[in-house]
Design a protein around this ligand. Structure first.
Ligand code: OGA
Ligand code: MN
Length: 283
């Protein structure tokens, strides 16, 4: 069967038709998927009844996988390639560490020196309604800025931290996070290593521009985040179980809305494909 792409929105995303991941896709099929990935920014695979091993195996066809050293609490205990995104309480009854994963606009692993090229998120259990994820096309958002704004931001770097909503905000936990993940500077305008296109590289984890105070930086960061998340640049995904979403972190950002009844289970698992080096460490 040949692969087809069915766009999910005008701005980005396409559903991949005619591919069953469990049937070990051919080299040619993977090449087509790669091309679609670069064209659409996110790809959706529906009705994929696969195992954890098959999820990992499929992801490896696109590059080396992150072992999630910087996020040890969210890793699957038996598979370091899998990051848990779940609200399922721990066996001891404590809330899950990843309950609030992704609830600010961000691009995965932007706070590291090899930010993720792609992420492949698999839905295992989803709530009866809601628990949606939004994605934004950062190439389009960049292109829609005026020349004046494009020039103004061309040499700026953003300070990226791993800041997120966590349940246990003890000093120990804050210190652990700082030690594992010092802040990293990334260009605000990033050139996509494969398409050569410029894209905004910003999100709500960026607290300041390098060389400027938080107060000075905030208005422009807020503006750029607001601009980049305008509805016309966004696709909103309503999950069903057994789907895989494969997104390009170099030219999209995303947000978990948390719009669901928390007494229901939402359990997804993610692989992370390593990207090329970018940025530098700040002390
Ligand atoms: C992620 C993420 C969003 C969601 O897995 O990287 O941000 O909706 N998830 O679960
Ligand atoms: Mn994410």
């Amino acid at each position: 069967m040949t692969i087809e792409f069915k766009p999910l929105s005008f701005s980005l995303g396409a559903e991949v038709l005619g591919l069953k991941i469990k049937d070990s896709p051919s080299k040619e099929q993977i090449e087509l998927v790669r091309a679609g990935f670069l064209k659409y920014g996110i790809l959706l695979f529906r009705d994929q009844h696969i195992s954890r091993e098959q999820h990992i195996g499929f992801s490896k066809l696109f590059g080396e996988l992150d072992q999630h050293e910087s996020l040890p609490r969210d890793r699957h205990p038996d598979y370091s390639e899998l990051l848990m995104v779940t609200n399922e309480p721990k066996p001891n009854g404590m809330p899950s560490d990843s309950k609030y994963t992704g609830q600010v606009w961000h691009s995965d692993m932007s706070f590291t020196l090899a930010p993720a090229m792609g992420s492949i998120l698999r839905s295992i259990k989803v709530p009866s309604v809601g628990g949606d994820t939004m994605f934004s096309n950062m190439t389009l958002a960049y292109e829609k800025l005026s020349k004046g704004m494009q020039n103004l931001i061309s040499d700026l770097h953003g300070v990226h931290t791993s800041a997120r909503k966590i349940i246990d905000l003890s000093q120990d936990r804050i210190d652990e996070t700082k030690k594992l993940i010092p802040p990293v500077a990334q260009p605000i305008v990033r050139i996509h290593p494969e398409t050569g296109k410029k894209a905004l590289y910003i999100g709500e984890k960026v607290k300041s521009f390098v060389g400027m105070t938080e107060d000075e930086s905030k208005p422009l960061i807020d503006y750029l985040c607001r601009h980049a998340s305008k509805p016309q640049f966004v696709y909103r995904h309503q999950w069903q179980a057994n789907e895989l979403l494969f997104w390009d972190n170099r030219c999209t950002m995303h947000l978990a809305l948390g719009d669901y009844d928390e007494s229901e289970i939402r359990h997804l698992e993610r692989t992370t494909i390593l990207g090329t080096p970018s940025g530098y460490v700040l002390q």
